[in-house]
Design a binder for this molecule. Structure first.
Ligand SMILES: Nc1nc2c(ncn2[C@@H]2O[C@H](COP(=O)(O)OP(=O)(O)OP(=O)(O)O)[C@@H](O)[C@H]2O)c(=O)[nH]1
Ligand SMILES: [Mg+2]
Length: 656
């Protein structure tokens, strides 16, 4: 299966999942099974599956064929070259291709001058008016590719300006751009480009990151510390004729190998194999050359040979555009697509599915509790009514007043339940504080100060180390505090259960270990970036401030996610209490009403007992149906039947 097919399949699974989830939520609503916690879970699952993005980044020295490969894999359907690809340096700014349904097809460009300001790239994304916008005509490939040429635009500036923009380093002259006759240097016109088009793959959540070659990469710290580490797959490209050059190796070291990371998400492409095709050599000789280049590249990069894939992007593109199947096979492009599909997409799908399955299990448990409460109430009523068999009027009257008495007592004990709530909330505040933005801000302000110390160069690792140690400590504290809260909640729930016959269950506290892993990865990417030459830049004014701002944008995401989990946990506990209270109140009135009817001889006792038995059976069915519907979500088929797959799922649920 090609990458495109696998991606389509993933998209179909997501659509089917979203549909089934919607139907489940309607069904639950219809059976009064929704409470705040269940609703929150449903919402999260829905947005998790809807907004799942898969980012594939293309990284390499200039002119290795990144843009050409993107054209060949993803955009051959336009019948021409869409991303500019030409000899020499072409792509001048990192370019992200994705789809956002909320805005029309467009190219947005962030001027390079924004580098003079301290805001991180992620922060500029929130200020659309600072970007130059070009509307795109996606139905006209010629115009489309013309518009996209903007990502190759350059400007000429003085050395001072270049220095301020981060393209000129007095201490690393070998990497500086050439100075022209007028004493000016060429720098990119744009800092970042965002392309929004409704391409089928992009619509399904694929995000492609094309990067400029050479030190333009290094000049944008966020590319190294945020964008590339967050990509789900990185494709690194070499040229078959040159193999791994010194500068290829520098880029590989700076951006692609991270110790401790799984390097499975790295694919190395040996591009331009067509340059080895030559009429004077036999096919076997050509193949032997390719094999040699492949083996030696794998060895230098420390990868298994299978992870280095020889292709010809250009011939692959030509073959797809002209429908030349023989050439397509010769280009070996299908092999690369396969590797991308299985490695990258397969992994990503697995991760999303298991995350979603865990969410469904929780959802099932929350809804199951509601059913459980009802079942218990029915059982109580049943015992009560059976006890009335053969009893006279006065016993029945007595029973009624006993229920009323119980009801009064129960209403009076509301304060006790409130007390549990308020202690719970008070303890939670501590966790919210640990994970809150102000705490993070304070930590990062300290890091900025530390990095600004003269002579920090040698102590960078230590400064980061200290900050991250404190952040980790905070997360661990949040974990132990949560565990304390969970225990406290467990104790109070137990008491309430004993006293009122509730079936409360203190939900398990959220697991912070995942966020500790995130912290580690973030720290690693920063240290790696600073470990490679860029450390000299700390001497530049504002550099450390900018770096820490970039760090902050990433950390904020981690902390917000952690906070969200704590909130969900809180909601789950609170909504259990609410649900119990609500059902209990209803239960009192149902019991009184039943007795009333029996007193007035409006209903016979046996009849009422039979009614309750019927309710119990209906509840069993409800429980069974819930099992079935949630199971279907966990085991939703991986392969789409056809676009009308909505129909069978809908029919199944409506039949219920
Ligand atoms: N012969 C041959 N040429 C190729 C192949 N792939 C790309 N090229 C050519 O190599 C040149 C550079 O390709 P690009 O796609 O612009 O390279 P890039 O890596 O995006 O370079 P920058 O944008 O400058 O970083 C272009 O002229 C391509 O047509 C290939 O497989 N075979
Ligand atoms: Mg390019």
């Amino acid at each position: 299966m090609s990458f495109n097919q696998q991606f389509d399949q993933h998209g179909a699974w997501r659509r089917e999942f979203a549909l089934r989830l919607k139907l489940l939520s309607e069904w639950m609503k219809g059976h009064d099974l929704l409470n705040a916690a269940v609703e929150e879970r449903l919402l999260r699952l829905e947005s998790q599956v809807r907004s799942d993005k898969v980012m594939v980044a293309f990284v390499a020295e200039f002119s290795r064929g990144k843009s050409e490969l993107i054209n060949a894999i993803f955009f051959a359907g336009y019948g021409r070259r869409i991303m500019p690809a030409s000899a020499g340096r072409t792509t001048m700014c990192p370019t992200e291709l994705g789809y956002d349904a909320d805005s029309p097809p467009c190219l947005r460009l962030l001027p390079i001058e924004t580098r003079l300001k301290p805001q991180a790239l992620m922060e500029w994304r929130m200020v659309p008016e600072k970007w130059t916008r070009v509307d795109l005509d996606v139905n006209d490939p010629v115009k489309l590719s013309k518009a996209l040429e903007k990502v190759a635009e350059v400007r000429h500036v003085t050395q001072d300006e270049a220095r301020a923009l981060g393209f000129w380093h007095d201490d690393a002259p070998q990497d500086n751009p050439r100075v022209n006759a007028d004493g000016l240097v060429e720098v990119p016109k744009w800092r970042h480009a965002l392309i929004n088009i409704a391409h089928p793959l992009l619509k399904q959540g694929l995000v492609i990151l094309d990067t400029p070659g050479l030190n333009a990469i290094g000049a944008e710290p966020e590319l190294t510390v945020s964008l590339i580490p967050q990509a789900h797959a990185v494709v690194f490209i070499l040229a078959a004729d040159t193999g791994v050059t010194k500068s290829d190796l520098a880029i590989w070291r700076e951006h692609l190998i991270t110790e401790g990371d799984d390097n499975d998400a790295r694919l190395v492409v040996l591009n331009k194999i067509d340059t080895l095709w030559d009429a004077l050599s036999s096919p076997a000789q050509i193949q032997a050359q390719i094999d040699r280049q492949r083996a030696s590249s794998a060895e230098i990069l420390g990868l298994p040979v299978a992870q280095v894939i020889p292709v010809s992007a250009q011939k692959g593109l030509v073959a797809k555009v002209t429908g030349d199947d023989k050439l397509l096979q010769a280009s070996c492009l299908p092999g690369l697509e396969l590797a991308l599909a299985q490695g990258v997409m397969g992994q990503r799908q697995k991760i999303l599915r298991s995350a979603v399955a865990a969410g469904i299990v929780e959802l099932r448990a929350e809804a199951g509790r509601v059913i459980h409460i009802r079942r218990r109430d029915l059982a109580e009523q049943m015992i009560e009514l059976r006890g009335l068999r053969g009893k006279n009027d006065s016993v029945i009257k007595h029973m009624r007043s006993r229920i009323e008495q119980e009801q009064v007592e129960f209403n009076a004990s509301g304060a006790k339940i409130q007390a549990v709530r308020s202690i719970h909330l008070k303890l939670l505040r501590e966790v919210f504080h640990l994970l809150g933005t102000p705490t993070l801000k304070t930590e990062l302000a300290e890091l900025t100060d530390a990095l600004k110390q003269p002579g920090i160069k040698l102590g960078v690792k230590k400064a980061y180390g200290q900050t991250f140690a404190r952040l980790r400590e905070g997360l661990q504290k949040a974990q132990t505090t949560s565990a304390d809260i969970q225990r406290m909640l467990g104790g109070s729930f137990k008491q309430l259960n004993a006293e009122f016959g509730f079936s409360l269950q203190a939900p398990k506290e959220p697991e912070m270990s995942r966020f500790l892993v995130d912290l580690e990865q973030i720290e690693r990417s920063h240290l790696q970036y600073l470990g490679v030459a860029n450390i000299l830049k700390l001497a530049q004014p504002d550099f450390s401030e900018r770096l820490v701002r970039a760090l902050a944008t990433r950390l904020r995401v981690v902390y917000e996610t952690a906070l969200g989990e704590v909130e969900l946990w809180n909601k789950s506990a609170a909504s259990q209490l609410d649900a119990q209270l609500k059902e209990r109140r209803k239960n009192f009135s149902r019991r009184i009403e039943a007795i009333e009817r029996i007193q007035q001889a409006a209903t016979g006792l046996d009849e009422r007992i039979a009614e309750i038995a019927a309710h119990e059976r209906a509840l069993d069915e409800l429980d069974g149906k819930l099992d079935e519907l949630t199971d279907q979500l966990v085991h939703a088929p991986a392969s789409p039947h056809d676009p009308a797959l909505a129909a069978p799922a809908a029919a199944m649920i409506q039949a219920a």
